[in-house]
Ligand binder design. Structure first.
Ligand SMILES: NC(=O)c1ccc[n+]([C@@H]2O[C@H](COP(=O)([O-])OP(=O)(O)OC[C@H]3O[C@@H](n4cnc5c(N)ncnc54)[C@H](OP(=O)(O)O)[C@@H]3O)[C@@H](O)[C@H]2O)c1
Length: 276
C-alpha cells in the first residue's frame, strides 16, 4: 500500500492507483513534457553507471503508470548505452490504453547526435514501427543507415548555441553535440501526434530540456539509499550540465506519496504563463 501525504487528506491506496487519475494540459506547438527520475538520498541517479537497481517494486509500478499516460517515452542515448531497458508497458496496461482509443504502446523515442546507440542490444521490445530516433544531419551516414533498419529516423538540426566551455572548439573537439530539442518536440507534436511526452532521463537530456524551459513537470522518486561515489562529480545527478538560471524552472511541489521507505514527489516546473 501507498500513503498519500499531500494533497490532504492523507489516504491509503494501491501502488497501481498512484497517478492513475492525473491529466495534463495540451500545448499548441509541442507536447506537455514530464520527466521521471529516481535518485538516492545523496542525490545520485546511478550505481556503478546503472539506474536499474535504484528503485523498488512501487517505483516500477509508478513508472509504468506514467508511461501509460504518455503518447511517447523518450531517453537520451547515454541512458541506453548504460544498460538494457524497455520503454514499454505490460500487456494489461496496453489493453487498457487500447480501450481508451490510444495506441497500445507509447512511441519509444531515443535522442542521439552521434548515432552510436546500441538499439539491438539494449532496447527491449519496440517494433520498428513504434520506435523513433532523433538524429542530426551531421550524424554519420553509416550510423543513420544502421538506425533506420531498426526504427524511423527523424533528422533535426543541432543546437546553435554552445556553452562557454564549448565555444571555440571545433565540432570534432566537442565531446558531445546536441540536438535542437525544441525542433524535436515540435516534430513529435506535428508529425507523431504526441501531446504528452514522458522523458526518462538521463541527466544530460533532462538538463537540456529544463535549461531550455521545455520541461513541464518532474516526477522524482527518492530512494532510501546513500551511495557516495569515487569522485565528487563522477556519479550523475538528476540534471547533468552547467548551472541554470532560477527563472528557467520554478519547481512547485504538488503531490507526495510514501511507500516502502520511498518518497514519490511530483513537481510542476513552469508557471503556465511562462511556458513556450
Ligand atoms: N536514476 C534515473 O532515473 C536515471 C534515468 C536515466 C538515466 N540514468 C543514468 O544516467 C546515466 C546516463 O547519463 P547521460 O547524461 O549520459 O544520459 P542521457 O541524457 O540519456 O544521454 C545523453 C545523450 O543524449 C543525446 N542527446 C541528443 N541531443 C541532446 C541534447 N540536446 N542534450 C543532451 N543530450 C542529447 C547525446 O547522445 P550522443 O552522445 O549519442 O550524441 C547525449 O550524449 C547512466 O548512468 C544512467 O544509468 C539514471
Amino acid at each position: 500500500m501507498v500513503t498519500r501525504l499531500s494533497p490532504e487528506p492523507t489516504a491509503q491506496l494501491a501502488a497501481e492507483d498512484v497517478y492513475t487519475n492525473i491529466s495534463f494540459p495540451t500545448r499548441e506547438t509541442r507536447p506537455y513534457v514530464l520527466i521521471n527520475m529516481i535518485s538516492s538520498l545523496d542525490g545520485k541517479v546511478a550505481v556503478s553507471g546503472k539506474a536499474g537497481s535504484l528503485g523498488g517494486p512501487v517505483d516500477r509500478t509508478v513508472m509504468r503508470t506514467l508511461r501509460a499516460h504518455a503518447d511517447a517515452v523518450m531517453v537520451g542515448a547515454g541512458t541506453l548505452r548504460a544498460e538494457k531497458l524497455t520503454l514499454a508497458i505490460p500487456e494489461d496496461r496496453a489493453r487498457a490504453r487500447k480501450a481508451r482509443g490510444l495506441k497500445p504502446q507509447p512511441l519509444a523515442v531515443v535522442a542521439t547526435a552521434t548515432g552510436g546507440v546500441p538499439l539491438e542490444e539494449n532496447l527491449l521490445g519496440p517494433s520498428p514501427d513504434n520506435l523513433l530516433i532523433f538524429a542530426s544531419a551531421e550524424t554519420p551516414q553509416e550510423h543513420l543507415g544502421t538506425l533506420s533498419t531498426y526504427a524511423s529516423v527523424e533528422v533535426v538540426p543541432e543546437e546553435k548555441t554552445t556553452t562557454p566551455e564549448m565555444a571555440g572548439l571545433s565540432r570534432t573537439d566537442r565531446s558531445a553535440s546536441r540536438l535542437d530539442l525544441g525542433q524535436a518536440l515540435e516534430t513529435l507534436k506535428k508529425r507523431h501526434a504526441v501531446d504528452v511526452l514522458l522523458v526518462e532521463g538521463g541527466p544530460a537530456l533532462n538538463h537540456a530540456l529544463v535549461s531550455s524551459g521545455l520541461a513541464d513537470e518532474l516526477f522524482l522518486t527518492l530512494a532510501p539509499k546513500l551511495l557516495g561515489g569515487d569522485d565528487l562529480y563522477a556519479t550523475p545527478t538528476v540534471l547533468g550540465g552547467p548551472p541554470i538560471g532560477c527563472q528557467k524552472a520554478q519547481p512547485r511541489l504538488i503531490s507526495v506519496h510514501f511507500a516502502d521507505n520511498e518518497l514519490f514527489l511530483r513537481y510542476t516546473l513552469r508557471l503556465r504563463s511562462q511556458a513556450r
